[in-house]
Write a protein that binds this ligand. Structure first.
Ligand code: ADP
Length: 163
């Protein structure tokens, strides 16, 4: 499909669920910007610089995926980039209400904007950055959940001996 799509999120840290959404979006749209942002209801463990560096490393394999960061509203960020599509991932019904509300708010602020929802592979249905951080704290094996390029960094920061 022609066009530029923005995939915004906290990515604290990026998981294989996020990556699965990116892979699917990159097959559909010409160009994707993964935009690492702030979510005022979440206090991130990784700084914005760390998250951008992690997402960049993991997305190097996709030639049509770029990585950026923003502390602006998604609707404003998309307008500034000339993007008319926002990508979001849906896991369970529990995501739906919040995501639907965000999609409507974003469209109200920027009427040109539509949100496309993608469902990741079912093995990632229960995967979230929060769950990953919890598992890392207890020294669990992260290989099924986190891209291999960033496992060591996550273990060092969040795992036993980290914070
Ligand atoms: P935010 O704080 O903006 O919700 P997240 O990094 O938690 O940022 O998530 C970004 C997007 O990716 C959200 O739309 C979320 O529903 C989606 N997402 C997160 N994990 C998964 C997953 N395992 N499968 C599919 N979508 C996911």
């Amino acid at each position: 499909m022609k066009g530029l799509a923005v995939y915004p999120g906290s990515f604290d840290p990026i998981t294989l669920g996020h990556l699965n959404v990116i892979k699917r979006a990159a097959r559909v749209f010409d160009r994707i910007i993964v935009c690492v942002g702030t979510n005022s209801s979440k206090k991130p463990v990784f700084s914005i610089e760390e998250r951008v560096a992690q997402v960049k490393r993991v997305c190097e394999r996709f030639p049509n995926v770029e990585v950026d960061f923003s502390d602006r509203l998604v609707a404003d960020y998309c307008r500034s980039k000339g993007a008319q599509i926002v990508i979001r991932g849906l896991r369970a019904l529990s995501d739906f209400e919040h995501e639907c509300q965000m999609a409507n708010i974003n469209r109200k602020m920027n009427p040109d904007l539509d949100t496309f929802f993608l469902v990741a592979d079912s093995k990632y249905t229960y995967l979230s950055s929060t769950a990953v951080k919890e598992m890392a704290r207890y020294g669990a094996d992260l290989r099924e959940y986190i891209p291999r390029e960033i496992i060591q960094e996550i273990e060092e920061k969040v795992g036993k001996g980290g914070k």
